[in-house]
Design a protein around this ligand. Sequence first.
Ligand SMILES: NC(=O)c1ccc[n+]([C@@H]2O[C@H](COP(=O)([O-])OP(=O)(O)OC[C@H]3O[C@@H](n4cnc5c(N)ncnc54)[C@H](O)[C@@H]3O)[C@@H](O)[C@H]2O)c1
Length: 269
Amino acid sequence: MHADIFRMDGKIAVITGAGNGIGRSFALGLSDFGATVICADRNLDGAEETVGLVRQKRGKADSFLVDVADAASVQAMWEKIAADFGRVDALVNNAGISTASNRTHEMSVEDWDRLMAVNMRGVFLNTKYALALMLQSGGGSIVNIASIAGLRGYYPSGPGLVSNYAASKAGVIGFTRQVAAEYARDKIRVNAIAPGWHGGTALGAERRARISAEEAAKFEQGLIQRIPMGHRGVPDDLIGLCVYLASGASHYVTGQVIAHDGGWDGMVV
Ligand SMILES: NC(=O)c1ccc[n+]([C@@H]2O[C@H](COP(=O)([O-])OP(=O)(O)OC[C@H]3O[C@@H](n4cnc5c(N)ncnc54)[C@H](O)[C@@H]3O)[C@@H](O)[C@H]2O)c1
């Protein structure tokens, strides 16, 4: 019987950015497969809402307030996780932002630094503390949420399809591969998901606030034309891949980057 290979009963999974969007879907999905989910977010109300949704389904969840860009905040969270749970089996580095779109020569230094602090330093900090706990408990799985923006350049640009975001997600991919190589002998696996366009989240809100509804609709139409499947994804579509990578189902898979994008990255349309 192989039906149990995705089960995560008794496992502890930490999901950053679990207070909204894709992170919330990950928390609910991992919980459905038996994991106790730690919903970490700088938006505590959002994280608590996710915990409430998990508990409604009789899952086990806890919320943590964290700013992934802040070293002291991340360290404090992991000290509490170590004290409360004594282990971590899966970390999903999902918290991420995009800034208002600009071409690179117009991009503010503040937008570059602010985005890098969340999308790159945040991934490093949480991985650093998760690795220390995973080494103690004999292994684990880290799933980093990159983007197809980290795989190649796109034009015309839009939320996410700009250079600070693309650089951060390419950085996450390089980080994934190196950490995977360093810790493979320690039974710690590290993989990345590169989502294409998944609607219904708050990502890109800074840009949307600056353009008209007409411009947004035109931009979205343009994107849809490039997706071979002809439609964008929704956050729940990513659950299967996250559970696969976080669970023992993928026990011989590490250092990989898997696009989840309706065929966008793999084809020219
Ligand atoms: N939605 C998409 O189409 C898409 C595509 C590719 C990649 N991604 C990536 O997926 C991840 C989730 O994005 P989403 O679309 O669900 O966005 P979202 O804005 O809906 O959710 C992001 C969550 O992260 C939290 N967060 C942001 N900064 C934080 C910080 N400093 N500390 C702690 N929490 C923080 C937010 O409060 C929010 O709850 C991001 O890494 C994003 O880059 C999304």
